[in-house]
Design a protein around this ligand. Structure first.
Ligand code: ZN
Length: 466
């Protein structure tokens, strides 16, 4: 009997082991062979370029912007004031000269342009005012991909306590000398590289009066049929040196339900749980992945809302035109140092002065921006017409898409509906159709393009196809 008992016990263990193996096999089939955690390869040229970003240069740029006294959109832009170095006209011309200098250093690789228009009187604009956006274009080298644009922007206008105070100082070191400098320094460093896709380095005016500059630029881009895949809006990225600041974190805000969603889009979003999968949010997730791939010195903290309470910014102008845009802002703002006349009251210093800016932090944020722009401009375009087949009730999932220029393979990403970021990735090679043993009812899918070097596009969430 003792032997029989031992044999039974052994059988039990064996059965248990078999069950485990069977269960493991089912699990593997369920998640699929070749499945891994999402990630992208480090491009050594991009990593080397990030090292060229200079906190010293960022400091001298911000101090120069502050030296114009005020950059209020309503401030002086006549020849005499420009010659005297005071007002928004002088700031505009200096920014343009910087882009032109960088272009000279890269053999004329940048096309430096302005987008000027006259804004008629309206709220915060008491009389007709010329507003000028200044930008530089690093055109893509691949004719099939050069129409894809990634864009970085900051606003070079500033304000003090009174948004109509034309004469008073408005240093705007952090808001938004920091973001303006991100665009400038990204242009200087990335213009030394070449990418298949196009990068635009933009600085806008009119932000403090009502996003006037970015509204005009985004509408122009829409009317002219620009294919802008990503907009990074850096506004207040100075890392104000308040005691509670976290200098290791940069917030990345992204809209949930798109501003440009049609009624039909909203019905689909409501029906299928698409509230957290706007293209802007996919861009935010991509920035998070870039932050894990490249050593920028600062970690993105994704905030799943358009912007902070009571605040807005230039990313919204692009969202409204149906483009993909996020806002980057320091972890903790000091509101004594924004939109305030420079003064000391009861021992508290007010005003947006250079001494409150952490230049190393701005350099870190610039590295994260540059890495994101470069990763996207180096990658093939995203796959087109990504569909999820829903004709039959079935537990497998089949996805189809159109090939993208420059792509040599495609990756399917997915995550649980409750996960903030992509949990799984599976490389399917150079195909335009994939079937996974994962139920579409339980997860959210995305498909992205890859090239041989491991550059990856933004993912596209599929549309249901009957
Ligand atoms: Zn601002």
């Amino acid at each position: 009997m003792g032997n029989l008992n031992r044999m039974m016990a052994q059988m039990g263990k064996w059965t248990h082991g078999m069950l485990f193996l069977v269960a493991w096999g089912v699990l593997m089939a369920e998640i699929g062979v070749g499945q891994s955690a999402p990630g992208m390869a480090v491009d050594s040229k991009i990593a080397a370029a990030l090292q060229q970003i200079s906190a010293k240069r960022i400091q001298s740029n911000i101090e120069k912007l502050v030296s114009f006294g005020t950059r209020l959109t309503l401030s002086a832009q006549d020849e005499q004031s420009i010659a005297a170095g005071r007002g928004i006209g002088a700031a505009r011309d200096w920014i343009k000269a910087q882009f032109e200098q960088y272009s000279k250093e890269c053999g004329g690789c940048l096309e430096v342009k302005t987008d000027s228009f006259t804004e008629q009187p309206m709220d915060r604009i008491p009389k007709a005012t010329e507003i000028t956006n200044v930008y530089a274009v690093l055109k893509g080298t691949d004719p099939a991909q050069a129409k894809r644009v990634v864009l970085v922007t900051g606003h070079y206008d500033s304000r003090n306590s009174d948004t109509l105070d034309v004469g008073g100082d408005a240093p705007g070191a952090n808001d938004d000398g920091s973001g303006t400098t991100v665009s400038l320094e990204c242009a200087r460093v990335l213009s030394k590289l070449r990418f298949p896709g196009t990068i635009v380095f933009l600085t806008v005016a009119g932000e403090e009066q009502g996003l006037n500059g970015s509204k005009h630029f985004a509408k122009m881009a829409k009317d002219e049929g620009w294919q802008i895949d990503a907009v990074l809006n850096d506004d207040i990225v100075g890392g104000d040196k308040s005691a509670e600041q976290d200098h290791s974190v940069i917030r990345v805000f992204s809209e949930g339900v798109p501003a440009a969603a049609t009624d039909q889009d909203i019905r689909r979003i409501r029906g299928l749980g698409g509230e957290s999968d706007s293209t802007s949010r996919e861009l935010a997730r991509y920035i998070s992945e870039v932050g894990r791939t490249y050593d920028a010195g600062v970690k993105p903290m994704l905030v799943f809302r358009l912007d902070r309470y009571l605040r807005g910014g230039d990313n919204y102008s692009f969202d409204q035109q149906g483009f993909t845009a996020v806002r980057l802002t320091e972890y903790r703002e000091d509101f004594h140092h924004q939109h305030q006349n420079v003064r000391t009251e009861n021992g508290v210093e007010y005003g947006d002065l250079p001494k409150f800016v952490d230049y190393e932090y701005v350099a870190h944020v610039t590295r994260l921006n540059a890495a994101t722009l470069a990763a996207l401009a180096a990658a093939p375009g995203a796959p087109g017409n990504v569909d999820i087949l829903t004709k039959e009730l079935e537990n497998d999932t089949t996805l189809t898409w159109d090939a993208a220029p420059g792509a040599s393979g495609y990756e399917v990403l997915w995550r649980n509906t409750t996960s903030p970021e992509w949990d799984h990735a599976q490389d399917f090679g150079n195909v335009t159709r994939a079937t996974l043993k994962v139920s579409k009812d339980n997860v959210i899918f995305g498909v992205r393009s890859m090239d041989a070097a491991g550059h990856k596009s933004l993912p596209v969430v599929p549309t249901p196809e009957r």
